[in-house]
Design a protein around this ligand. Structure first.
Ligand code: C3B
Length: 838
């Protein structure tokens, strides 16, 4: 096509294209151009925020260039791609990451400075893209970073929520939620593709007809059509030209107005319809590890899945290959069960729209999909009422019944006369009403199912998917892929001082692409100079956090104290409750000491952060209790600063980047077997923070890597949990005496009106202590004592801290992505070669 253009046209493109080079001068030119044109401002009215916008737009220009080159390269290579379907992408801020990954940091930093701004202030203007709840959404973001860095041809697909996860503020110690209208100002990190539009249907009916070959066929006549508009978010890799794409869909009404209604004078109803369409992608459901069965959520899921599959199929069709080649060109990863309707949608496209025979279609579908499970908590399992699915997606419901029928027929052949097994394996739960078990659909429709840490992957085979193991045989489908985190954001960006020390020590930045190289730090563990700089880095991070705590809470803490951190979503299984009960125990122990005795204790700052789902009453009470305890402890001069408690509001990715590098010890204390992996545990240890944790999730593998000396583990083991719960339920197990004492303190009113906390305390007594706080409490206190002892040995602690980081190579998301690519997706890297600008 290009060859057909007149020479003069080509010459113009050659001459004027590709101006966005990476040098300082070109950047400054871009910056000033964006101030005057994009922002319509001038040298006289530019503040930090406009400086951020101008910088972001200048970087965006360069990102888009790479994005284009990458997409062009991938299209030409026409090799297999992976599509990562995730309802959540918790990206956080983009500017600093883009500067680093594009290699623009120094030139832009200088360029901005010469223009009169400090890069730090400029970076601080950006609002987080917070399109996720917690671990699952942040994992997706880390995986996109690694996919880009490792040159894989990959796309993410998600939703462009108008409102991300709510903003948390505190009022009288209680959480209050505010909307996160993150698109208030323009968003330079997305490319609106107003021309990429997909019609998505809902409701309606199914017609049966006979096609020209005499086959019975089905056609779904949906009645409510909503448009899905694409917004592309470029994700640059580190140290590569590769820049991949996350395509986020936004809903908009198909027609601007229903004119007939308008003419009939029903103006309001006509506008209403428009608003309903826009509603679909309005808000991210704020639940973590908990299912809420709202129809709008199901609509979101189908809206997203339908638009994404349409896009993927359209791209495949361009290559004119036969359908049987689809799984050789396309791998689709399902991030949890949220996108499992994609299995049904692809089967529908193939059978109803493309006329592929059912069995051939099903073969294609199952070879295409793979599924990651992130939880075994029963309340998190997605089940949709059959009547709701039937009404919203009548043809899909038929297809699910057929998938189930054919699947159960096969099971019956292998296990005749085993009705119980059939009922347990069925995709349909035979209750009133019936439910669709999305996890079963995902397992049956995928060729691989993986858990996210070794223990978790073993547990799913023994619990939620036990019966599938009996049917498929142990090793056929089920695998482990231990989670990982990107060292670019979580060490290099979040902890610049430590990153610089590591680079100086190892001689280069190669560790950022090969985290195993951190092992090289071990030979410096006794090097005085190195140790000094290591401590200095940690201390400056603690000073930074001290200032942040003061700014956000007014609480003044001592940066020389031991910083003890628990930041994550507030959930009973994560046991923030146990942590604060432990704090009360510590406080009352300190109060009983004499001044001389206290002189000997390690001073602590206990730091909490995390959001509770707005409807999760008990979790919200935990926040209140933490703040009530903080109020009393922080104002008690008699304990002489030996203990401070701070709840940092509105925990998010950017706040995590300040907190994590400043931690001495962090708590990952879930009831054994309940935390599938955890990923913040990896971030803390990578930054030289030690862990106090239960034998759960990735704690176990971190322990394996860093050794007994560098981690504090406690508590009952996963295999003991069932028996302990049974005992609580049917025997009268006395409460742990130290715990009982703490409960008495709360009930005595030491932390304010104790009636407020009664429902919380009831979870330990009336609620049968489902999360086994009493069973683990003594062991927890013992472990805390060991932490204090170890911290007193300053030099010993530094050694532990260094060895922690040095042994964390395994937990790079690069390693995880490589395993997925080789074992599940069967895709190869496609490096981007620099293209001319035409
Ligand atoms: C989380 C799990 O709770 C974590 O243990 C795990 O590390 C991450 O996923 C990533 O695998 N998770 C979540 O954030 N939301 C869910 N709905 C289910 C699991």
């Amino acid at each position: 096509e290009i060859a057909k253009l007149p020479k003069e046209t080509l010459a113009l493109w050659e001459k004027y294209g590709g101006d966005e080079t990476d040098d300082k001068e070109a950047f400054q030119k871009s910056f000033i151009r964006h101030v005057t044109t994009t922002l319509a401002r001038s040298i006289y009215n530019i503040d930090n925020f406009s400086a951020y916008q101008a910088t972001a737009h200048s970087v965006r220009d360069r990102l888009i260039k790479r994005w284009n080159e990458t997409q062009q390269t991938h299209t030409e290579a026409d090799s297999k791609r992976v599509y990562y379907l995730s309802l959540e992408f918790l990206l956080g801020r983009s500017l600093d990451n883009a500067l680093l990954n594009l290699g623009l940091k120094d030139n832009c930093g200088e360029g901005v400075k010469e223009l009169g701004f400090a890069m730090e202030d400029v970076l601080d203007q950006e609002v987080d893209a917070a399109l996720g709840n917690g671990g699952l959404g942040r994992l997706a973001a880390c995986y996109m970073d690694s996919l880009a860095t490792l040159d894989y041809p990959a796309w993410g697909y998600g939703l462009r929520y108008t409102y991300g996860i709510f903003q948390q503020r505190l009022k009288d110690g209680y959480q209050v939620e505010f909307p996160d209208y993150w698109l208030n100002f323009d968003n330079p990190w997305e490319l609106p593709r107003l021309d990429v539009v997909v019609d998505v249907k809902f409701y309606g009916s199914v017609n049966r007809y006979t096609d020209e070959k005499g086959r019975k066929r089905y056609a779904w006549e949906g009645i409510d059509t909503v448009q899905s508009v694409a917004y592309d978010v470029p994700i640059p890799g580190y140290g590569t030209k590769n820049c991949i794409n996350i395509r986020l869909w936004s809903s908009k009404p198909k027609r601007q107005f229903d004119l007939s209604r308008f003419n009939e004078g029903q103006y309001e109803q006509a506008v209403q319809e428009q608003m309903q369409a826009e509603n679909i992608t309005a808000v991210l459901y704020p639940n973590d590890n908990h299912m809420v069965g709202k129809e709008l959520r199901l609509k979101q899921q189908y809206f997203w899945v339908a638009a994404s599959l349409f896009d993927i199929v359209r791209r495949f069709k361009k290559s004119q290959r036969p359908w049987s080649h689809f799984p050789d060109q396309v791998a689709i990863q399902l991030n949890d069960t949220h996108p499992s309707l994609a299995i049904v949608e692809l089967q529908r496209i193939l059978v109803d729209l493309e006329g592929v025979d059912w069995d051939d279609a099903w073969e294609i579908v199952t070879r295409t999909f793979a599924f990651t499970n992130h939880t075994i908590l029963p309340e998190a399992m997605e089940r949709w009422p059959v009547p709701m699915v039937q009404y919203l997606l009548p043809r899909h419901m038929q297809i699910i019944f057929d998938i189930n029928l054919f699947f159960l027929q096969k099971v019956e052949k292998a296990f005749p006369d085993n009705r119980d097994l059939l009922a347990r394996l069925s995709i349909i739960e035979e209750s009133t009403p019936q439910f669709v078990r999305m996890a079963h659909l995902a397992v049956v429709g995928s060729h691989r199912v993986n858990g996210v840490a070794e223990l978790h992957s073993e547990l799913i085979k023994k619990t939620i998917f036990k019966d599938f193991i009996q049917y498929y045989g142990n090793d056929s489908k089920f695998e482990n892929k231990t989670n990982g985190i990107t060292p670019r954001r979580w060490l290099h960006q979040a902890n610049p001082k430590l990153s610089e020390l590591i680079t100086d020590t190892l001689g280069n930045k190669n560790w950022l692409k090969n985290l195993d190289l951190l092992k090289g730090l071990k030979s410096y563990v006794d090097n005085k100079d190195f140790r000094k700089r290591w401590v200095a880095a940690k201390h400056s991070n603690k000073v930074r956090l001290t200032e942040y705590i003061k700014k956000t809470t007014g609480i003044i803490v001592n940066s020389n104290a031991l910083f003890d951190v628990q930041v994550k979503r507030i959930h009973e299984y994560k046991r923030q409750f146990m942590n604060i009960l432990g704090v009360i125990h510590r406080y009352n122990t300190l109060k009983k000491m004499t001044s001389e005795e206290r002189a000997d204790v390690v001073h602590r700052v206990v730091i909490f952060g995390g959001k509770a789902a707005p409807g999760y009453y008990i979790a919200k009470l935990v926040i209140k209790l933490i703040n009530s305890v903080a109020e009393v402890v922080n104002n008690d001069n008699s304990i002489e600063d030996s203990l401070k408690v701070a709840f940092i509001p509105d925990y998010n990715v950017s706040v995590a980047e300040i907190i994590i590098p400043a931690s001495d010890i962090s708590q990952h204390i879930s009831t054994a077997g309940t935390e599938a992996s955890g990923t913040s545990n990896m971030k803390f240890v990578l930054n030289g923070g030690l862990i106090l944790g239960t034998v759960d999730g990735a704690n176990i593998e971190i322990h394996e890597e860093i050794g007994d000396d560098n981690i504090f583990m406690f508590g009952n083991l996963a295999h003991q949990v069932d028996d302990l719960r049974h005992a609580h339920r049917y025997r009268n197990v006395p409460m742990d005496p130290s715990l009982q004492a703490v409960i008495n303190d709360i009930e005595s009113g030491q932390f304010g009106d104790s009636r407020i906390f009664a429902p919380l305390i009831n979870t330990l007594t009336l609620g049968q202590d489902y999360y086994l706080i009493s069973d683990d409490f003594q062991s927890y206190l013992d472990a805390q004592k060991l932490v204090d002892e170890a911290y007193k040995d300053k030099e010993g602690w530094i050694t532990k801290s260094i060895l922690c980081s040095a042994n964390m190579g395994k937990f790079s998301s690069d390693r995880a992505i490589q395993e997925y690519a080789e074992r599940i997706w069967n895709i190869e890297p496609v490096p981007v070669v620099t293209k001319k600008h035409i």
